[in-house]
Ligand binder design. Structure first.
Ligand SMILES: Nc1nc2c(c(=O)[nH]1)N[C@H]1C(S)=C(S)[C@@H](COP(=O)(O)O)O[C@H]1N2
Ligand SMILES: [Mo]
Length: 370
């Protein structure tokens, strides 16, 4: 008999209820709680999580080594302890507030949907990441003139589509040298939690989350384009399987609102008192593009929301609006436009694996005095 893990059946698009494997993934990879969108910085335990494989057990962070190899004059390896010391002595440490979003966020709202982590809207969060610019490490590494891409490897290893690999992603040398790409070892003022990449990870601000490699232990400089599974076998926008597709990179403009009122425990449907309700939400986009405008909507009537300034270049901003709730059923939405004029679509853009779904969220509420 063929090993079914190394020779898996082809995946099929799904309609209707979730499969056992989707529920298993959802139990491991929690989303944020939408009510925590009140916070400028997501409380650590409420940050969404996306781990493809198992969380590596790391006994001693200070012994953690990052190997730097490939098209470099002199391959070497450096301990995290050494990186910390050098960064501090040379004044290279830095904090950036960055909104991360999973590229698959919104996947479950496509019909049919791809069987994978079934995010609805909740795979987003903002943290204060502390570490140092990756550039500082790369500038102290003599790259050979044929260096083209830099591959970042995580310690985690597993199987996808029959392919055994460590989680690994590449950036062009130019993108890797960007001032704002960082090696981060703290999140909101404390060491990274094991599930968020302890002891050190990459943060690529403005890109979807897959680029921010956790448990980083190898940096490989290569003279060609990387075709590892997580680079070309997935994270590619494709309208159909025959299409070559475009790599998934920057975050698309998006916004969310905190569902108002009180929830029903099992359906999560909302009950709202009649009267003035302050709606609050967040809006963000990729590549450091600010948010220009947020509109909000009740039952097809669009109005302009109040936009509050973002607290950092790559951090989401808050929006608020006063809604006068009247008895009955209502659908609430919000829609952001970024500084480049990109606006959220009203319906999900089609992608076979459900990447980059930035369609407007719809929140159903019932308004009644109780
Ligand atoms: N090594 C490694 N890095 C990884 C992943 C992973 O599975 N392994 N998941 C990526 C994906 S798809 C996302 S969205 C982010 C999630 O980061 P978080 O779990 O800290 O929110 O990490 C990225 N980095
Ligand atoms: Mo992701």
């Amino acid at each position: 008999m063929q090993n079914p893990i190394l020779n898996p059946p082809a995946k099929q698009h799904q309609h209707g209820g979730y499969s056992v494997s989707e529920v298993t993934l959802a139990n491991r990879n929690n989303g944020t709680l939408l009510e925590t969108l009140h916070h400028d910085v997501t409380p650590i335990g409420a940050h969404y999580l996306l781990n493809h494989f198992d969380v590596p057990y790391v006994h001693n962070a200070l012994d953690w080594k990052i190997a730097i190899e490939g098209e470099v004059a002199q391959p070497f390896s450096v301990t995290l302890n050494e990186i910390l010391k050098q960064a501090t002595v040379n004044n290279q440490t830095r904090t950036q507030r960055v909104t991360l979003e999973c590229a698959g966020n919104g996947r479950a709202n496509l019909a049919p949907r791809w069987p994978s982590q079934p995010w609805q809207v909740e795979a987003v969060g903002t943290s204060d990441w502390f570490g140092m610019p990756l550039k500082y490490l790369l500038e102290n590494t003599a790259l050979k003139s044929n260096a083209r891409e830099i591959v970042f490897y995580g310690k985690d290893k597993g199987i996808d589509g029959g392919n055994i690999h460590h989680f690994a992603r590449s950036l062009s040398v130019k993108d890797a040298m960007h001032d704002d790409v960082m090696l981060a070892w703290q999140m909101n003022g404390q060491p990274l939690l094991p599930q968020h990449g302890f002891p050190v990870r990459l943060i690529v601000p403005g890109w979807y989350g897959m680029a921010s490699v956790k448990w980083l232990n190898k940096i490989q400089v290569i003279d060609h384009s990387f075709n590892g599974h997580q680079q070309t076998g997935t994270y590619v926008y494709q309208k159909d399987k025959a299409e070559n597709g475009e790599p998934v990179t920057s975050i698309r403009v998006k916004s969310l609102l905190i569902p108002p009122g009180i929830p029903d425990w099992s359906s999560r449907k909302r009950l709202v008192q009649p009267g003035v309700v302050t709606l609050t939400g967040r809006a963000w986009s990729g590549d450091g593009a600010g948010i220009k405008k947020v509109k909000w909507c009740c039952d097809d009537v669009w109005q302009t929301a109040t936009l509050h300034p973002s607290t950092d270049k790559y951090a989401w901003c808050k929006w608020t609006a006063n809604w006068t709730a009247t008895p009955g059923k209502h659908i609430l939405s919000c829609r952001a436009t970024d500084a480049n004029g990109n606006i959220q679509p009203l319906t999900p853009p089609w992608d076979i694996a459900g990447f980059g779904n930035n369609a407007v969220q719809q929140v159903e509420v019932w308004c009644e005095a109780y």
